[in-house]
Design a protein around this ligand. Structure first.
Ligand SMILES: [Zn+2]
Length: 229
Protein backbone atom coordinates (compact mmCIF):
# COMPACT_ATOMS: atom_id res chain seq x y z
CA UNK A 1 0.00 0.00 0.00
CA UNK A 2 2.78 2.30 0.97
CA UNK A 3 4.52 1.35 -2.20
CA UNK A 4 1.26 1.73 -4.06
CA UNK A 5 0.56 5.03 -2.32
CA UNK A 6 4.11 6.07 -2.96
CA UNK A 7 3.69 4.95 -6.47
CA UNK A 8 0.46 6.97 -6.80
CA UNK A 9 2.22 9.89 -5.21
CA UNK A 10 5.12 9.52 -7.63
CA UNK A 11 2.80 9.15 -10.57
CA UNK A 12 0.93 12.27 -9.53
CA UNK A 13 4.17 14.20 -9.31
CA UNK A 14 5.22 12.87 -12.68
CA UNK A 15 1.82 13.70 -14.17
CA UNK A 16 2.05 17.25 -12.77
CA UNK A 17 5.47 17.58 -14.37
CA UNK A 18 4.11 16.29 -17.70
CA UNK A 19 1.14 18.66 -17.43
CA UNK A 20 3.48 21.56 -16.73
CA UNK A 21 5.71 20.60 -19.66
CA UNK A 22 2.64 20.15 -21.90
CA UNK A 23 1.26 23.48 -20.76
CA UNK A 24 4.55 25.19 -21.55
CA UNK A 25 4.81 23.46 -24.93
CA UNK A 26 1.12 24.03 -25.70
CA UNK A 27 1.31 27.62 -24.63
CA UNK A 28 4.50 28.22 -26.58
CA UNK A 29 2.95 26.44 -29.54
CA UNK A 30 -0.03 28.74 -29.37
CA UNK A 31 2.21 31.77 -29.26
CA UNK A 32 4.15 30.69 -32.33
CA UNK A 33 0.94 29.75 -34.09
CA UNK A 34 -0.60 33.14 -33.44
CA UNK A 35 2.55 34.94 -34.61
CA UNK A 36 2.64 32.79 -37.72
CA UNK A 37 -1.04 33.52 -38.37
CA UNK A 38 -0.48 37.23 -38.00
CA UNK A 39 2.46 37.07 -40.38
CA UNK A 40 0.54 34.91 -42.82
CA UNK A 41 -2.35 37.35 -42.70
CA UNK A 42 0.04 40.22 -43.36
CA UNK A 43 1.55 38.63 -46.49
CA UNK A 44 -1.52 38.98 -48.75
CA UNK A 45 -1.85 42.64 -47.74
CA UNK A 46 1.76 43.22 -48.71
CA UNK A 47 1.30 41.40 -52.01
CA UNK A 48 -1.89 43.30 -52.77
CA UNK A 49 -0.07 46.57 -52.22
CA UNK A 50 2.79 45.51 -54.47
CA UNK A 51 0.45 44.18 -57.14
CA UNK A 52 -1.74 47.25 -57.47
CA UNK A 53 -0.88 50.50 -59.19
CA UNK A 54 1.10 51.37 -62.21
CA UNK A 55 3.80 48.68 -62.27
CA UNK A 56 1.33 46.29 -63.91
CA UNK A 57 0.36 48.89 -66.48
CA UNK A 58 3.94 49.68 -67.49
CA UNK A 59 3.77 53.40 -66.92
CA UNK A 60 4.62 55.39 -63.82
CA UNK A 61 2.04 58.15 -63.97
CA UNK A 62 3.99 60.47 -61.71
CA UNK A 63 2.67 63.35 -63.80
CA UNK A 64 -0.69 65.10 -63.82
CA UNK A 65 -2.86 65.83 -66.82
CA UNK A 66 -3.55 69.57 -66.75
CA UNK A 67 -6.91 70.03 -68.46
CA UNK A 68 -7.83 72.82 -70.85
CA UNK A 69 -10.01 74.36 -68.15
CA UNK A 70 -7.01 74.37 -65.78
CA UNK A 71 -4.73 76.26 -68.18
CA UNK A 72 -7.48 78.60 -69.29
CA UNK A 73 -7.94 77.44 -72.90
CA UNK A 74 -10.17 79.39 -75.26
CA UNK A 75 -13.13 77.57 -76.77
CA UNK A 76 -12.24 76.09 -80.20
CA UNK A 77 -13.95 77.80 -83.13
CA UNK A 78 -14.63 74.37 -84.65
CA UNK A 79 -13.99 70.71 -83.81
CA UNK A 80 -13.43 67.62 -85.99
CA UNK A 81 -13.91 64.38 -84.07
CA UNK A 82 -11.06 61.88 -83.96
CA UNK A 83 -11.75 58.18 -83.51
CA UNK A 84 -8.84 56.23 -82.03
CA UNK A 85 -6.82 54.26 -81.35
CA UNK A 86 -4.29 56.30 -83.32
CA UNK A 87 -1.63 54.45 -85.36
CA UNK A 88 0.99 57.23 -85.06
CA UNK A 89 2.61 59.55 -82.55
CA UNK A 90 4.19 62.62 -84.14
CA UNK A 91 6.63 64.30 -81.77
CA UNK A 92 7.36 68.05 -81.78
CA UNK A 93 9.29 70.75 -80.02
CA UNK A 94 7.85 74.26 -79.76
CA UNK A 95 11.09 76.14 -80.62
CA UNK A 96 9.25 79.03 -78.98
CA UNK A 97 8.25 79.30 -76.19
CA UNK A 98 11.29 77.87 -74.38
CA UNK A 99 11.27 75.34 -71.54
CA UNK A 100 8.79 76.22 -68.78
CA UNK A 101 9.74 75.05 -65.31
CA UNK A 102 6.65 75.78 -63.20
CA UNK A 103 3.00 74.90 -63.67
CA UNK A 104 2.07 78.58 -63.95
CA UNK A 105 4.75 79.19 -66.59
CA UNK A 106 3.65 76.11 -68.59
CA UNK A 107 -0.01 77.19 -68.43
CA UNK A 108 1.05 80.59 -69.79
CA UNK A 109 3.00 78.83 -72.57
CA UNK A 110 -0.10 76.86 -73.54
CA UNK A 111 -2.18 80.04 -73.68
CA UNK A 112 0.44 81.86 -75.79
CA UNK A 113 0.70 78.95 -78.26
CA UNK A 114 -3.08 78.72 -78.52
CA UNK A 115 -3.34 82.48 -79.14
CA UNK A 116 -0.61 82.28 -81.81
CA UNK A 117 -2.25 79.32 -83.58
CA UNK A 118 -5.73 80.87 -83.47
CA UNK A 119 -4.85 84.53 -84.09
CA UNK A 120 -1.92 84.25 -86.53
CA UNK A 121 -2.63 80.93 -88.28
CA UNK A 122 -6.42 81.27 -88.09
CA UNK A 123 -6.69 77.71 -86.75
CA UNK A 124 -9.69 76.70 -84.66
CA UNK A 125 -7.54 75.82 -81.61
CA UNK A 126 -3.99 75.07 -80.44
CA UNK A 127 -2.57 72.62 -83.00
CA UNK A 128 -1.13 69.89 -80.74
CA UNK A 129 -3.00 67.04 -79.11
CA UNK A 130 -0.94 67.19 -75.88
CA UNK A 131 2.14 68.95 -74.54
CA UNK A 132 4.77 67.99 -71.97
CA UNK A 133 6.05 70.82 -69.78
CA UNK A 134 9.39 71.23 -68.04
CA UNK A 135 7.42 71.07 -64.79
CA UNK A 136 6.87 67.35 -65.47
CA UNK A 137 3.15 67.56 -66.27
CA UNK A 138 1.16 66.82 -69.41
CA UNK A 139 -1.05 69.59 -70.79
CA UNK A 140 -4.21 68.82 -72.73
CA UNK A 141 -4.23 70.40 -76.17
CA UNK A 142 -6.96 69.21 -78.51
CA UNK A 143 -6.96 65.93 -76.59
CA UNK A 144 -7.54 62.38 -77.87
CA UNK A 145 -10.95 62.91 -79.43
CA UNK A 146 -10.26 65.87 -81.73
CA UNK A 147 -8.23 65.96 -84.98
CA UNK A 148 -5.08 68.07 -84.46
CA UNK A 149 -3.24 70.53 -86.71
CA UNK A 150 0.45 69.68 -86.33
CA UNK A 151 1.51 67.46 -89.25
CA UNK A 152 -0.32 67.48 -92.61
CA UNK A 153 -1.34 63.99 -93.80
CA UNK A 154 -0.95 62.68 -90.23
CA UNK A 155 -3.37 64.88 -88.31
CA UNK A 156 -6.28 62.51 -88.69
CA UNK A 157 -4.25 59.44 -87.69
CA UNK A 158 -1.88 60.58 -84.97
CA UNK A 159 -1.44 62.00 -81.52
CA UNK A 160 0.59 65.20 -81.87
CA UNK A 161 2.82 65.30 -78.80
CA UNK A 162 4.71 68.51 -78.10
CA UNK A 163 7.69 68.95 -75.81
CA UNK A 164 7.65 72.62 -74.88
CA UNK A 165 11.08 74.17 -75.58
CA UNK A 166 13.82 74.57 -78.17
CA UNK A 167 15.73 71.30 -78.49
CA UNK A 168 17.96 71.99 -81.47
CA UNK A 169 21.11 72.00 -79.34
CA UNK A 170 19.96 71.28 -75.81
CA UNK A 171 18.08 68.25 -74.55
CA UNK A 172 14.87 68.58 -72.57
CA UNK A 173 15.32 68.13 -68.81
CA UNK A 174 15.47 64.38 -68.01
CA UNK A 175 12.06 64.26 -66.25
CA UNK A 176 10.47 65.72 -69.38
CA UNK A 177 11.85 62.90 -71.53
CA UNK A 178 10.64 60.35 -68.97
CA UNK A 179 7.15 61.86 -68.79
CA UNK A 180 6.86 61.97 -72.59
CA UNK A 181 7.65 58.25 -72.86
CA UNK A 182 5.39 57.50 -69.93
CA UNK A 183 2.52 59.43 -71.50
CA UNK A 184 2.91 57.49 -74.75
CA UNK A 185 2.70 54.19 -72.80
CA UNK A 186 -0.27 55.50 -70.86
CA UNK A 187 -2.04 56.46 -74.10
CA UNK A 188 -1.48 52.98 -75.52
CA UNK A 189 -2.65 51.16 -72.42
CA UNK A 190 -5.71 53.38 -72.13
CA UNK A 191 -6.64 52.42 -75.70
CA UNK A 192 -5.97 55.76 -77.41
CA UNK A 193 -2.94 54.46 -79.28
CA UNK A 194 -2.54 51.20 -81.18
CA UNK A 195 -0.28 48.54 -79.65
CA UNK A 196 1.78 48.65 -82.86
CA UNK A 197 1.86 52.46 -83.09
CA UNK A 198 4.71 54.12 -84.97
CA UNK A 199 6.65 57.07 -83.53
CA UNK A 200 7.95 59.73 -85.91
CA UNK A 201 9.65 63.05 -85.35
CA UNK A 202 7.92 65.90 -87.18
CA UNK A 203 10.92 66.29 -89.54
CA UNK A 204 10.28 62.81 -90.93
CA UNK A 205 6.91 63.80 -92.35
CA UNK A 206 7.52 67.43 -93.25
CA UNK A 207 10.44 69.69 -94.21
CA UNK A 208 11.13 71.15 -90.77
CA UNK A 209 13.86 71.11 -88.11
CA UNK A 210 11.24 70.03 -85.53
CA UNK A 211 11.64 68.38 -82.99
CA UNK A 212 15.24 69.75 -82.94
CA UNK A 213 18.50 67.91 -83.63
CA UNK A 214 19.23 67.06 -79.99
CA UNK A 215 15.75 65.72 -79.20
CA UNK A 216 15.43 63.88 -82.50
CA UNK A 217 18.67 61.96 -81.80
CA UNK A 218 17.10 60.77 -78.52
CA UNK A 219 13.67 59.73 -79.79
CA UNK A 220 15.29 57.63 -82.52
CA UNK A 221 16.23 55.27 -79.68
CA UNK A 222 12.73 55.10 -78.19
CA UNK A 223 10.45 52.08 -78.64
CA UNK A 224 8.28 52.15 -81.79
CA UNK A 225 10.39 54.82 -83.52
CA UNK A 226 10.64 53.93 -87.20
CA UNK A 227 12.39 55.33 -90.21
CA UNK A 228 10.16 56.23 -93.15
CA UNK A 229 10.31 53.49 -95.74
ZN1 LIG B 1 6.66 70.04 -85.16
Amino acid sequence: MVNAAGSVGNTTAAQKLILLVNLLLFGAGNMFTSIELREAAAIPDHNDTAATGDQILGYTRNWRLITRAEWGARTPTSVANFTGPAPYVILHHSYQPGVCRTEDACKASMRSMQNFHMNSHGWPDIGYSFAVGGDGNVYEGRGYDVVGAHAPNYNSRSIGLLLIGNFMEELPPAPMLQVAQDFIKYSMEEGHLRDDYILHGHRQVRNTECPGDALYAVIKKWPHWQDLN
